[in-house]
Design a protein around this ligand. Structure first.
Ligand SMILES: [Fe+2]
Ligand SMILES: [Fe+2]
Length: 283
């Protein structure tokens, strides 16, 4: 099977973000509850992305197309860099007296169990499902400047960079799936099952992690009406989760491909972000 003609070639970028520890709880302009929503998501990335790498690597030898092989190399490189930078962010949670490592350990144990016990096809199905979730959330972040543009610049750059690279490689694991899985009803059902199970596990865990961070943070405990402010932000203005939810359903189409959501134009945000980062490092 050929990779999609629309495949964008992902490039590994070794970047650092120098996040300011003092702003960990209120780096987002929408307040501590939104800041910790992003911080809670960050706890999933290092082990989650290692899991994706592991799932895709297993099938690497079966890929004949050199272009897809190259895309897999880029995908692995990008996910490894994301894991490294989010680990830094997660360690900051510990330094602030919040349960970063403890929560991350939970993700680690869950995914290690899955690596040992779940069939490889199921692991790849979970990977492409979670890549769909990250792709639609990345699109929500990139398509509306209000999502992070007013946030503390170092944190904003980290999340914009991650969203851009998730967009760049959003079809890679999916194209591996198409290359190695037979075109059968079973494959389709396995793919759909992956999204349902991954969403049913991921979102409640994000909510629990978020709550654990907020409960442990004195800044959040002092905030009145923080949950309502966050819900308004997530679902109404600017409403990134509401927009992502619409795209979630497209995955159920039998012929779905990640580039059906053609948001390649968002990648034009990459060069200015890279120059901004260069400027920040030089300063
Ligand atoms: Fe990533
Ligand atoms: Fe990814």
């Amino acid at each position: 099977m050929e990779p999609s003609s629309d495949t964008v070639m992902p490039v590994r970028r070794d970047l650092h973000f120098s996040l300011p520890q003092a702003r960990l709880s209120d780096w987002h302009d929408a307040g501590v509850h939104v800041s910790h929503f992003f911080n809670a998501m960050s706890l999933f990335f290092p082990d989650g992305e290692r899991f994706f790498i592991h799932a895709v690597r297993h099938y690497r030898d079966q890929i004949r197309d050199p272009q897809l092989q190259q895309a897999v190399t880029g995908f692995i490189g990008q996910e490894a860099m994301h894991g490294r930078e989010h680990t830094e962010c997660n360690e900051m949670l510990d330094r602030a007296g919040l349960p970063g490592t403890a929560l991350q350990q939970f993700v680690y144990r869950l995914l290690e169990r899955m690596k040992r016990r779940a069939p490889k096809a199921m692991q790849l199905s979970a990977t492409i499902a979670l890549e769909h979730l990250t792709a639609i959330m990345a699109n929500a972040l990139l398509s509306d400047a209000r999502v992070v543009s007013q946030a503390e610049p170092h944190f904003a750059r980290l999340w914009r960079w991650h969203a851009l690279e998730e967009t760049e490689h959003k079809a890679v694991a999916f194209d591996v799936w198409r290359a190695v899985m037979p075109k059968t009803l079973f494959s389709y059902l396995l793919r759909i099952w992956g999204l349902i199970v991954a969403s049913a596990i991921f979102w409640p865990l994000v909510a629990i992690f978020h709550w654990r961070l907020l409960r442990a943070d004195p800044v959040a405990r002092r905030e009145r009406g923080g949950y309502w402010k966050m819900i308004r932000w997530q679902f109404f203005t600017p409403g990134p989760l509401r927009r992502a939810a619409r795209e979630w359903f497209d995955y159920f189409k039998p012929g779905f491909h990640p580039w059906d959501h053609d948001n390649r134009s968002q990648l034009q945000q990459l060069p200015p972000l890279l120059s901004e980062l260069e400027g920040a490092t030089a300063a």
